[in-house]
Design a protein around this ligand. Structure first.
Ligand code: 2P0
Length: 342
């Protein structure tokens, strides 16, 4: 970098959907249990970072508009990462970001947003000769911004959290999960938008309610077992077992919310109606369409390519009626982040 010129880089990074969920933290931004996710494709964030030498200062534009409400989370992020890399304190940052989907709608915008920003920062660190570029470092920095974001830096499937059955796994960064059955490369995720507004309880607050939760210990034990079960399923391609485990994980996540103190419900009547319709259709037709939920009311409908015609028929004949303004997003398993010429 020349002294007077800004360093500019740009990344496109996807959201992800967990199959075994992260819910509960320990220490500083470390997960109470391991999790595993599909990386998405259509739902992504594009972030351009311009760093000009000067005192640490931040400005952020979302879809071209100044967004001061996003500043506190980004300021916290830079505060934490500049403790690890003090050279980051010597810049004025201008961040331009845009999402392909509504933020705070239960689609993990913090996952795509924080992973895109972390990838930009790792480019800057490489330019400063502080660190060489690595997805692991990007994952570690993304985690500091938002836990689930650390899984978005890889295509396909990503695993986060120390687990005896996942070699090389760590609480500090995610690793790619490879060697899974080919059927999962054909997976779709149609996201049925039940509610587009902000969530009533943020994920950060939801995580904190696991402290002292009556079922926390049982949940962490069950998640540990579910990770091993999921690993075996992903290797074997057993879709009956996949459907069963993915749906139980989704409902367990929401059961934890409903039994926190204070308790809260993020599902809406339409969420439950969609779940019922997917299950009834599966019993009737014998396909492998299943649902999962993030921390919100929207339903992620997961299915392999062989069931795409059943999914289209189900959405257009029934599920679209439960979607807010008839909206749904067609997504599928993706290849991970891309550096884009700025
Ligand atoms: C997950 N979720 O595994 C779980 C399942 C939502 C439901 O991680 O506080 O935005 O930024 O670390 O990562 C959402 O929480 O929370 C989340 P922070 P995050 O994807």
């Amino acid at each position: 970098m020349k002294a007077s010129e800004p360093f500019i880089t740009q990344w496109q990074s996807p959201s992800n959907i967990a199959l075994v969920k992260y819910w509960g933290k320990k220490g500083f931004q470390l997960p109470s249990n391991a999790s595993i996710s599909f990386t998405l494709d259509a739902c992504h964030t594009t972030t351009r970072l311009a760093a000009t030498p000067g005192d640490l200062h931040l400005s952020i534009r979302v879809n071209g508009k100044e967004q001061p409400s996003f500043l506190p989370k980004i300021e916290q992020f830079f505060k934490h990462i500049s403790e690890l890399f003090p050279a980051l304190k010597n810049f004025n940052y201008s961040i331009d970001t845009s999402n392909t989907f509504p933020h705070s709608s239960g689609i993990a915008s913090s996952a795509s947003g924080m992973s895109a920003l972390a990838l930009c920062v790792v480019d800057l660190l490489a330019d400063l000769n502080e660190e060489s570029f690595s997805p692991e470092l990007a994952s570690n920095l993304a985690r500091i911004g938002s836990g689930s974001a650390c899984r978005s830096v890889y295509g396909g499937l990503a695993e986060w959290g120390k687990h005896a059955n996942f070699t090389g796994s760590s609480d500090e960064y995610a690793i790619p999960f490879t060697g899974y059955d080919e059927v999962f490369n054909s997976f779709h995720d149609d996201i049925l938008i039940v509610h587009e507004g902000s969530k009533s309880v943020s994920s950060t607050v939801g995580h904190s309610l696991l402290n002292g939760h009556a079922f926390a210990t049982q949940r962490f034990e069950e998640a540990e077992k579910n990770m091993s079960r999921m690993k075996a399923i992903l290797h074997s391609g057993d879709l009956d077992d996949f459907v069963d485990l993915v749906e139980r994980e989704a409902l367990m996540l929401h059961a934890l919310m409903m039994t926190s103190t204070p308790s809260f419900i993020l599902m809406k009547p339409e969420t439950v109606a969609i779940i019922d319709a997917i299950r009834a259709d599966r019993i009737e037709k014998g396909h492998h369409i299943c649902f999962t939920l993030d921390a919100g009311a929207n339903v992620h409908m997961l299915y392999p390519e062989k069931d795409a015609h059943y999914a289209n028929e189900l959405i257009t004949s029934k599920l679209v009626d439960y979607c807010e303004n008839g909206r749904y997003i067609r997504d599928r398993i993706g290849r991970g982040p891309k550096r884009i010429h700025a």
